[in-house]
Ligand binder design. Structure first.
Ligand SMILES: *[C@@H]1O[C@H](CO)[C@@H](O)[C@H](O)[C@H]1NC(C)=O
Ligand SMILES: *[C@@H]1O[C@H](CO)[C@@H](O)[C@H](O)[C@H]1NC(C)=O
Length: 256
């Protein structure tokens, strides 16, 4: 085990280096490596690991044809990923566990604290939308869930296929705390492939700076964060039918 931990940074650097950062998927990285990364990370967190629901789902009544969005928010150290269930069946999944950030921060003291919101949209409610919805969050150290009942009442209506619609952001960081000098990820993920762009305080981010990468699935990874990065970042997800946007705040903290 000790030997493995000593080797891990080398393995990780190799994994990170062998994949172009913007095209890799965390889910492609072996689960064993992820587990080791979690263990090492836990020992270096300057705040205890925690995960709790900050805002849970609420029971809802909807009419056929309506567009509804369910929302849950967690407070989590380190940050979480979400999936959603409807009557026990997984209907939305997000398996990218911020492994880039975790690997790049390995061996360093980190905070990794913050809030993340997750959304599940039913674009057109019908009789089958009834039931129990569950939002489940996982941060590598613990799992929490919140559930609610959706009831459908009213005359059935036709739902038009919604393939030709703008992307919807399903995961967005609320506030993210991280120590100065470290890597921080702001999550932004959409319900379908999209082009992602981020702005900082309303202005395009200078991608030539070398500290910023936008991952293919939307997240913004910022390395060597400093006070000047404090503020609101906005994520835009676009396709040819339109766009969605959402805000995330980065809050750099003093190194311990
Ligand atoms: C509900 O689901 C069933 C089985 O998948 C399907 O046959 C039916 O058309 C659905 N009803 C509506 C209103 O979409
Ligand atoms: C990180 O940024 C600081 C300025 O904020 C700079 O002095 C330092 O050299 C940078 N470190 C790396 C490794 O780029």
């Amino acid at each position: 085990m000790t030997k493995l931990i000593a080797l891990l940074p080398i393995i990780c650097v190799a994994v990170v280096a062998s994949k172009a950062i913007d095209d890799s998927k965390d889910s492609m990285i072996s689960e064993d490596i992820q587990k080791l990364a979690y263990q090492i990370e836990a020992s270096k967190l300057t705040a205890p690991t925690k995960i709790r629901i900050a805002q849970g789902l609420e029971d809802m009544k909807a009419a056929p044809g309506e567009h509804i969005t369910l929302h849950c928010m967690v407070l989590s150290t380190p940050s979480s990923v979400f999936h959603w269930e409807h009557n026990g069946i997984r209907v939305q999944e997000d398996s990218n566990v911020n492994i880039h950030e975790r690997m790049m921060n390995i061996g360093k003291e980190v905070v990794g604290d913050g809030t993340i919101s997750s959304f599940y949209t039913i674009p057109c409610v019908n009789a089958n939308s009834t039931g129990i919805y569950k939002c489940i969050a996982f941060n590598g150290h613990g799992t929490v869930e919140s559930s609610a009942k959706v009831t459908v009442e009213g005359k059935p209506t036709e739902c038009v296929s919604n393939d030709k619609t703008a992307p919807k952001i399903i995961t967005i960081t609320g506030i993210r705390l991280q120590e100065n000098g470290r890597v921080a990820t702001l999550n932004c993920r959409a319900d379908k492939p999209a082009k992602f762009e981020w702005t900082f305080k309303g202005k395009p981010i200078d991608m030539n700076d070398g500290r910023f990468s936008v991952l293919s699935y939307g997240d913004l990874v910022i390395s060597n964060i400093s006070w000047s990065d404090m503020g609101d970042f906005t994520c835009y997800a676009r396709n040819k039918y339109g766009e969605d946007h959402a805000e995330a705040m980065l809050f750099p903290t003093k190194p311990n």
